[in-house]
Write a protein that binds this ligand. Structure first.
Ligand SMILES: *Cc1c(COP(=O)(O)O)cnc(C)c1O
Length: 357
């Protein structure tokens, strides 16, 4: 039976990416050697690194004065690297859920962490608005897509302080005005590549302003100077990211990707709204994620939750169990998830509803 992969991360990648990686594991770039076994200093791999950086910049239209880095450690290491490199005394954080909280915890190690607003009162089911940001904050940190709760900040914000964003789960899903940020980071395993590589887009002129000693490996400047080759990079994951970027470019770029994503999300939210058995967890449409769609059983049908999960699993739906802190269901409909899969889950929801009528 065909499987429809709705996992939240690691998650579905384009078939094109998978096929190119399979080929490169056998014979990378005509070298007769596997990508697993070739020197990262070989001219063939150096070319991969350069092309990945180039395409990353091209697709997001990244302006001059910014660097693109490919590092290890996941988004979770960035929770510490960001304040270590950017925070002198004070930094502001918007608390929109688990990932934001983890970033906030690390920031406290480097100075005063100010929580500007939180949606904790409603289990993070909305994006806080109209809050004050201390004007002396070194930056404001936001999480643009809250993978666990299914909320998303879908527009680039205008703020008076430098803006930093964790875009782990929505990078390349929409066009971003990079010039509004000083730093954007994320783990690649949601929309780009297998786990192992972390992307960082950083504005050169925000660096070098803190007084603390930064360990060499944790200093963005180290990786800028060495073109992300200070130490051995995660070669396969970077190669895979390049294939995904080529796939996006072939589709027509990030704007086209966004249009497809919005169509997919609308189809699924419409069905959740229409189907008597289900209700969405995010009621404010403006705050709804187009990457992670969350819903629960309607109040008269809560006893059917387990049954629906089994029903859907038997029909090839994979990874739709909601995160333990929300319950219910979550369909992650990242860039690479085909519209067919969205239609397939909708058909299953309708079949289940009809079986109960
Ligand atoms: C998955 C995720 C992370 C964690 O990424 P790691 O690479 O596992 O550290 C952080 N932030 C967001 C928004 C995520 O979706």
């Amino acid at each position: 039976m065909k499987k429809h992969n709705f996992y939240a991360g690691p998650s579905i990648l384009p078939e094109f990416t998978e096929n190119q990686v399979i080929k490169a594991i056998k014979d990378f770039s005509g070298t007769g050697i596997s990508i697993m076994s070739i020197s990262h200093r070989s001219k063939e791999f150096v070319a991969v690194m350069e092309e990945t950086m180039f395409l990353f910049r091209e697709l997001l239209n990244i302006p001059e004065g910014y660097h693109v880095l490919f590092l290890g450690g996941g988004a979770s290491l960035q929770f510490a690297m960001v304040p270590m490199n950017l925070m002198n005394k004070k930094a502001a954080y918007l608390n929109t859920g688990s990932w934001a909280k983890k970033a906030m915890k690390e920031a406290k190690n480097f100075g005063e962490m100010v929580e500007v607003a939180s949606s904790d009162d409603k289990n993070f089911a909305y994006i806080p608005k109209n809050y004050k940001i201390p004007s002396d904050a070194d930056y404001l940190h936001i999480t643009t897509n809250n993978t666990i709760y299914g909320t998303e900040i879908k527009e680039d914000m205008d703020v008076e302080v430098p803006l930093v964003a964790d875009m782990s789960s929505d990078i390349f899903s929409r066009m971003v005005d990079v010039s509004k940020y000083v730093l954007i980071y994320g783990g690649a395993q949601k929309n780009l590549a297998p786990s192992g590589v972390t992307f960082v887009i950083v504005k050169e002129d925000v660096l070098g302003k803190v007084n603390r000693t930064i360990p060499t490996m944790l200093d963005y400047k180290t990786h800028i100077e060495k073109g992300s080759m200070f130490n051995t990079p995660p070669c396969i994951a970077i190669f895979a990211a390049l294939q995904t970027l080529k796939w996006i470019k072939n589709l027509g770029g990030v704007e086209v990707m966004n249009k497809i994503n919005r169509e997919k999300a609308e189809l699924l939210y419409n069905e959740i709204g229409r189907n008597k058995l289900f209700i969405p967890t995010i009621t404010n449409e403006q705050d709804r994620s187009i990457m992670n769609v969350c819903w629960v059983m309607n109040k008269d049908f809560t006893s059917l939750e387990k049954e629906f999960l089994e029903f859907a699993t038997e029909r090839g739906m994979v990874g739709i169990k909601g995160h333990r802190s929300v319950g219910g269901f979550r369909a992650s409909i990242y860039n690479a998830l085909p519209k067919d899969s969205v239609e397939a889950i909708i058909a299953v929801m309708q079949e289940f509803e009809n079986s109960k009528a």
